[in-house]
Design a protein around this ligand. Structure first.
Ligand code: ADP
Length: 620
């Protein structure tokens, strides 16, 4: 390409070099995906231009055909992909083809490491698709002219190794971009129309602009989401998902529906197999595009769906949306709000059906995406009830690793049981080892276990299900029927119990609000309970993690002792005869109770006292 000025040379940003190094040296499979990536970029640029035309008065060369032209020069061994889309300015060239936004490259590298076969197709997912050109080319030239009236005719050129240069083109360039790939020797298989056509076959019909190879039109355009379900095959759905979301996985779920009322909608939504947020990619961007009668309005509209549904991919098409609606007015639009409500409701209902129909698949989905649902419960009052139905957790009646729902819990609830019991902790084992479960277990009551880190937030917003209050089995307000429980051993006399409680209260001073004999304990001698308005162990930990240098919030517990327990009997007996030992034992009991409750802030005393108790035990 002859040029008129001295080229502006730049090195790639470090992240780009890293990606390029991988692309050039490690990706050997599926090289053909470069076609998909470049055609998809061309299509994006055309979509954006078509939309721009609706709102901007002045665009450069408004009458150029909106199509994608592919030409192959067998002699020169080049493939050229041309579009009359938006084009790029000089700044945009630097920004788009010299740097990588967000954490794209890091996540890409990590994902590649985790994927077994170094899948080339991962590349599109991370906003680095353009660089796939270097899998097959040792020189890439981008000739471009922006839609802006003051745009320049520019040529960007790179070998993918040392950096890139930009210079002015000699003569005028048409609006849009022309990407020329000079094929590497080991990629010459792509110098053939047949081969390229074959690559395009899978997804070209999802591109909403004509694709031409020479004179031949390759694709018929069809908006798959406006077709009837029985007219689309699984393969077509999957291909569409991969193409439109630049995804590398197959969708885990898909929901395709249309409705007339209360608003005209054609929607095709996908749940991916993988949750990239779990790979440390940062928060996903919304992935459901908004269309009006096949024309793209916005590919990442904020506010079209609730933020906690940001993992969804796909398309919502509504004929009722005005074509020239702006990004700003979209969120305020009553129509968009209506779409949001209708689609969200439908999707939650869909998930509920899937969960009931195929629990295994739902379990896999929930393991990867359950957090989004919990986020929804916390932030979205409107959909909370339906979201709660979708939550799953282990419980005292499930095996380890198996899950149940609130609805199932209630089917097992006892007659007249008005509450849903739960325990929060760091894991199943520590909940089971604690003193709180036994009271409910011995009464045949099921206890839900919460041990995901965000469950504490969840519990602050999830107060009831189906009219039944959620009650912590570690709270002092727990009221239990005690008729059905068979307890072993006799309780201490009322007098001795009172005296012992008094003694303990004096020992622990301000650290406990009260000490009482209770009915909940079966095999444990003592438990620390959280008063009704008190702060749970998880809340304290949360507060501390938010302010690591600050003091831990003061602890508020009530103690419950089990007056049937031999240890309590013995303690009551030695209180007068051996007050020193009684104090030691009392202190240890208290620390043990706090430890079980996750509230023992300092273990030094516990250990020290443990040694002294051993000494005492071995005396004589
Ligand atoms: P992504 O498309 O996922 O953002 P790419 O690496 O494929 O990542 O492309 C980077 C950017 O380069 C695009 O976001 C776009 O702004 C710009 N770009 C690529 N191809 C074209 C094109 N044909 N016309 C206009 N801009 C383009």
């Amino acid at each position: 390409m002859p040029t008129s000025t001295t080229p502006e040379k730049r090195e790639f940003q470090a992240e780009v070099s890293q990606v390029l190094d991988i692309v050039i040296n490690s990706l050997y499979t599926d090289k053909e995906i470069f076609v998909r990536e470049l055609v998809s970029n061309a299509s994006d640029a055309l979509e954006k231009f078509r939309h721009m035309q609706l709102t901007e008065n002045e665009v450069h060369q408004p009458d150029l055909p909106l199509e994608i032209q592919i030409s192959i020069d067998e002699e020169a061994k080049t493939i050229t992909i041309t579009d009359h889309g938006l084009g790029m300015t000089r700044e945009e060239l630097h920004e788009n083809l010299g740097t990588i936004a967000h954490s794209g490259s890091k996540a890409f590298v990590k994902a590649l490491e985790e994927s077994k076969q170094k899948e080339s197709s991962l590349i599109g997912q991370f906003g680095v698709g353009f660089y796939s050109a270097f899998m097959v080319a040792d020189e890439v030239t981008v000739e471009t002219r922006s839609w802006k009236s003051d745009g320049e005719s520019l040529v960007w050129k790179s070998d993918g190794k040392t950096g890139y240069e930009i210079e002015e083109a000699e003569g005028d360039v048409d609006r849009g971009s022309k990407i020329v790939l000079k094929l590497r020797e080991d990629a010459e298989e792509f110098v053939g129309e047949g081969r390229v056509k074959q690559i395009l076959e899978n997804y070209s019909s999802f591109v909403s602009f004509p694709i031409l190879i020479g004179e031949d039109r390759v694709n018929t355009i069809e908006a798959i989401w406006r077709k009837k379900k029985n007219e689309v095959t699984d393969e077509e759905y999957n291909e569409f998902y991969k193409f439109s979301s630049k995804a590398f996985d197959d969708p885990r779920y898909r929901m395709h529906f249309s409705s007339e009322m209360p608003i005209e909608i054609n929607a095709l939504l996908f749940v991916p197999t993988e949750n990239t947020e779990l790979w440390g990619m940062g928060q996903m961007e919304p992935g459901v595009s908004l269309y009006c009668k096949n024309v793209l309005i916005d590919d990442k509209p904020e506010g079209l769906l609730p933020e906690w549904l940001r993992f969804l991919r796909g398309v919502i098409d509504s004929a009722d949306i005005p074509l020239n609606i702006s990004r700003e007015s979209m969120q305020d639009s009553t129509l968009v709000r209506k779409l949001n409500r209708v689609v969200t409701k439908r999707f939650l209902k869909f998930l509920d059906g899937e969960a009931k129909g195929d629990a295994e698949t739902y379990k896999e989905f929930y393991a990867k995406f359950g957090r989004f649902l919990k986020e929804g419960v916390v932030v979205d009052y409107d959909h909370r009830e339906n979201l709660c139905k979708l939550l799953r957790f282990e419980s005292s009646m499930t095996e380890k690793g198996e899950q149940t729902s609130f609805e199932d819990y209630l089917t097992r609830a006892k007659d007249g049981q008005e509450e849903i019991y739960y325990l929060a902790g760091s894991d199943r084992a520590s909940i089971e080892a604690g003193p709180y479960l036994e009271a409910l277990k011995s009464r045949g009551l099921e206890v839900i276990f919460f041990f995901d880190t965000i469950d504490e937030y969840l519990l602050q917003h999830l107060r009831e299900f189906d009219g039944k209050q959620l009650v912590s089995a570690a709270s002092s307000g727990l009221e239990l029927d005690d008729e059905e429980v068979e307890q072993e051993g006799d309780p201490l006399s009322e007098e001795s119990t009172e005296a012992l409680c008094e003694f303990l209260k004096e020992e622990f001073g301000d650290r406990v609000e009260k000490v009482e004999a209770g009915k909940r304990l079966v095999s444990s001698p003592i438990a620390a309970l959280v008063p009704d308005q008190g702060m749970t162990a998880q809340m304290r930990q949360m507060m501390q993690s938010m302010n690591p240098d600050g003091d831990l919030p003061p602890m508020q517990v009530e103690l419950e002792i089990n007056s049937r327990h031999p240890l309590i009997h013995q303690l009551s007996e030695i209180r007068d005869s051996n007050p020193d030992l009684a104090k030691l034992v009392a202190g240890q009991l208290f620390d043990n109770a706090l430890l079980s409750a996750g509230m023992l802030d300092d273990r030094t005393d516990l250990i020290e006292r443990g040694f002294r108790l051993m000494e005492e035990a071995m005396k004589k």
